[in-house]
Write a protein that binds this ligand. Sequence first.
Ligand code: TXA
Ligand code: MG
Length: 331
Amino acid sequence: MITKLIQPTAEGYNIASQLINSGELVAFPTETVYGLGADATNAEAVAKTFVAKGRPSDNPLIVHVSNAEQIYAVARTVSPMAKLVIDKLMPGSITIVLPKSSIIPSIVTAGLDSVAIRMPLSVQARQFIDKCGVPISAPSANTSTKPSPTTYSHVLEDMQGKISGIIVGEDCQVGIESTVLDLTTDTPTILRPGIVTASQIQQVVGVEVARHVSSSGRVVNSPGVKYKHYAPSCPVALSLDDDIDKITTHYNSVVAMGHHAVIVTNTNSQYANCNVVRLGCSDNEVAHNMFGTVRQCDKQYNYIIIVYNSHTELANSIINRLSKTAGGNII
Ligand code: TXA
Ligand code: MG
């Protein structure tokens, strides 16, 4: 299959929407990460998504919409709390889980009676969805287990020859995936943390928001969280403090084992005689840069030590991703 590179122009959106409406896959930019789009109402089209990504079929997809009316078509019911979130936080980098309506086939939700819905902030994303005229199911447009794509060229690396088109859109501003908020339970629960924080949601809904923590023994009701994620092909170690002695000792020990190592860091510290790539200091810069930097370092080196030292609320979302990138290898 030839993967068309499609410009984000009126003519490009025409081409992209024709592909979607004939049951093909088209990757598109959003402000979080690139998505791998299919017509969410077409079960055969959606099935291709799982094949192209190598994604387990029990991991449900997010349905993307371009306007609020579409949410009311995709969801069976919209609670008053959900309405508040829709009115105050959407479009935005948040996904809400609501009871599913019958227009969404069960392959999208992996058989669940709920559906995850997101209205991206990205204008390019909404123009594309709008032109398609149908809700668009889309996981992140990476090969399953790999770091999420934040530029169209990341998508090309993973999906060339496997999908019909890629919209050559903007680089993703945010850089990590949306906050997933379950609104099907009495207590709103964050299933995946993102750039929209628990405090921001609490301000809107007026009640405490629970955070889903699988290690505490609670039931994992977001199927995706149990799978390997965001991992490059080389080994990764993660330090959540900036203990320079510890970090350089680890670096030197993996170099002694023959590794070509690199330290990827949000600090300004000097690590003597080490290869160092800076991620930027603020959490927003780190979120924006981290997946692309990990992809790039995976090509140039064969051992990555990530040093991330931050204790803000947003840091939780970043650490959630980085711990998976490191496969839990915290030093
Ligand atoms: O920012 C984003 O959310 C990006 C862009 C493309 O919109 N999308 C994305 O999709 O990250 P994906 O497929 O990589 O992650 C979707 C997450 C998974 O953890 C999945 O298990 C969860 O959302 N999810 C989807 N439907 C669900 C449902 N009905 N109930 C609970 N969790 C759900
Ligand atoms: Mg993903």
